[in-house]
Structure formats: structure tokens, C-alpha cells
Design a protein around this ligand. Sequence first.
Ligand code: SAH
Ligand code: SF4
Length: 390
Amino acid sequence: MTITQDVVTIPRKLPGGDRINLVGLTRDQLRDALIAAGTPERQAKMRTGQVWQWIYQKGVRDFSAMTNLAKEYRALLAANFVIELPEIVSRNVSADGTRKYLIRIAGGHEVETVYIPEETRGTLCISSQVGCTLTCTFCHTGTQKLVRNLTAGEIVGQVMLARDDLGEWPAPGRAPKVEARLLSNVVLMGMGEPLYNFDNVRDAMKIVMDGEGISLSRRRITLSTSGVVPEIARAAEEIGCLLAVSFHATTDAVRDKLVPINRKWNIAQLLEALRAYPKLSNSERITFEYVMLKGVNDSDADARRLVALIRGIPAKINLIPFNEWPGAPYERSDWERIESFADIIYKAGYASPIRTPRGEDIMAACGQLKSATERARKSRAQIAEEAGLG
Ligand code: SAH
Ligand code: SF4
């Protein structure tokens, strides 16, 4: 397979001094910031709308390009604010077109963002934390300790960087593209547990969905959680996007090992929260993610238990062949096993797509993300012990 790698270092702006970065502020926060910088209150609403559109609809980073604002006002903005994104450290392109970006955020930490092109759409998989506090035993990110939560600006910044790289901002003077977007969907399935960074994820997704900006419909955004039960209803009410859940097992004994958060909120509690979600969020079905691990959770009995458990929940079951990573204590289920599992689910009336691994050659597939530069890691012995194999 051919892998291309080019290192693009976008020069960071000179340190902004006290200047505030506008990327990631909610509309209300932006309005307050503009007023604090001297915008008259009676103009604040209009100015907020104008600046918002320049940043999120047109992708402009330089106040001097905001041509519908008076020169003096542009100077005032430039003196007080910056429009800054995280930095792309490297960009790898897989043989299948998947792009993996290594992104550096404040403090020198790194996260990964993956763009997956498909025939009729393009999905960006974004990260919400550097590392993860959870320790799912099959997940590479889970071997990396949590370093910190991403800010709202760093989360929406990943979408903006990808749009930069895809050349997807409208040309000056042109209306934004509504159809056939290269970046048409966002999934919160990169590094981290999004519901453990709730406020920043919510604020960033509100910006992504805002009709005067990037303008992605809430039905094109999917948040994946390992099962932070108390935050699920809040996600429905305050974000309203689609929900995916890392289910992965059909008994508490197995789920306790694979997804240790299950020891806090078990399968019954999780299912109760999931049952309420579609109504609360006015969305259709929930995606159940199910990683196929050889001899661990992939039997026909598991498939039958799974359909019995989720009965009554509008659902699609996404089977994910396990993606290997160095030192992983599991193996991918055989193809025939996965098909037989899928067949039982399909016959029970659920869509059961098998997720084709994308970008495996550049370690961009599900669960393979981990920033190599982060040294804090758990030992192999600890991973094996958590998997119950020690
Ligand atoms: N923390 C969130 C979102 C990120 S993980 C969550 O756990 O839901 C995105 C999906 O990839 C999850 O379903 C996760 O369980 C799955 N995954 C993790 N490691 C994997 C691996 N090695 N192979 C296949 N899928 C994996
Ligand atoms: Fe964290 Fe999700 Fe990986 Fe579990 S699967 S360790 S919750 S990123």
C-alpha cells in the first residue's frame, strides 16, 4: 500500500498577548467579548452575527478581510482578538483515501482527527480529550492516561482545519455550499469520552450546527459514548444529535471487563437511559457499536442475547471488526463468525452493517488512535490484567 505523508506546519500566529481567541466562543460569549472590547451594546447583536459569519461561514482568519465592517472596527477587533486554530503537525493519507491529522493543541499536547471519504458523503471523526480516563481493554486510546479535556475551540477547530485541508470554505463572494459537501458528517468517535467533557463538546457542536456557520444538521452529528448514563438525557436535551453507544457485550460479567464503566452503570441502567433518548432528542435510532473480539463476545448466543436486550429500542447495530494495535490483548473474530453474528441480528429485524476498517495502514481505524508522543501510558501487564488475562 502506498502511504503518503507530508508535514505541513501551519505557522502559529505570534503570541496574542492578552488577545482572546474567538474560535469556540458561544454566540453569547462572543457578544460579551465584543462588548467588553468596546462594541456599543445597541450594535452588539449585529456585530456578533457579522463576525460569526466571517469565522464560521466564510472561514476567514484575518480581521482585515471582514469587508462589511468599518476599518476602525476591524482594527479594534485585531487589537483585542485572534482567530486561531490548533496546528496540524502531520497529515497522513491512506491508500483508501482516509486522512489522519495529528493536531497539536496548547501545551504541546497532541490529538488525532480522521477524515473518511465515502461515495456520497465524508465523515470527520474528531477527538474530545487527550487520552481517556476510561480503560476499555480493547482500545488503544484507553492505554493512554487522560492528559486534559479539549476546549470548545479545539473541538470545533478540528472541523475547521479539515475544511481548510479539503478546500471547503466558499470562495470570496460565493454562497456556502449546501449540497454534496466533502465534510458532511461529524462523529465524536476519536480520542476521549465526549460525555466526560460535556460542556465543551456541547458548545462546539452548537457552533457546528449553527445555521449561520458551518451549518451541519444535528442528524449528521453522532456522539459515541461508552455509557456515561447520567449525561445521556442531558445530551438529548442540550445537544440533540444522534447517539451511538459502545455496547460490546451482552452480560455484565463480560462488559465489566471490556468497558469498565459498566461497573458503575450496568447494562440495565444503560438500556434504561437509551430507551428514553430517541424521544427526548426527537431523533430516530440509536447506533449500538459492537466490537468483534474472537472468543470473547462473538458467539451466536451473544447475538441472540443482544437482540433480546435491545428489543423495543429503535436501533442499528454496527459491528466493528477489532482493529489491532501493538500489545493488544485480543484478536479480531473470523469473518464467518462476524457474518453469522450479523445474520442473527439482521433476521431479528435490525440493520447490522459490518464496519469496514478504514485507514488501517496509517493506524487511523477505530480504537487505534493514540498520540505517540504522549509518554504517560499504562504497561502491557496492566492492560492484560484489566482484560482479565493477567
Ligand atoms: N469514548 C467513546 C468514543 C470513542 S471510541 C466511546 O467509547 O464510545 C469509538 C468506537 O471505537 C467505540 O465504539 C470504541 O469502543 C471502538 N473501539 C475502540 N477500540 C477499538 C478497536 N481496537 N477496534 C475496533 N473498535 C474499537
Ligand atoms: Fe475511552 Fe472510548 Fe477508548 Fe473506552 S473506547 S477507552 S471510553 S476512548
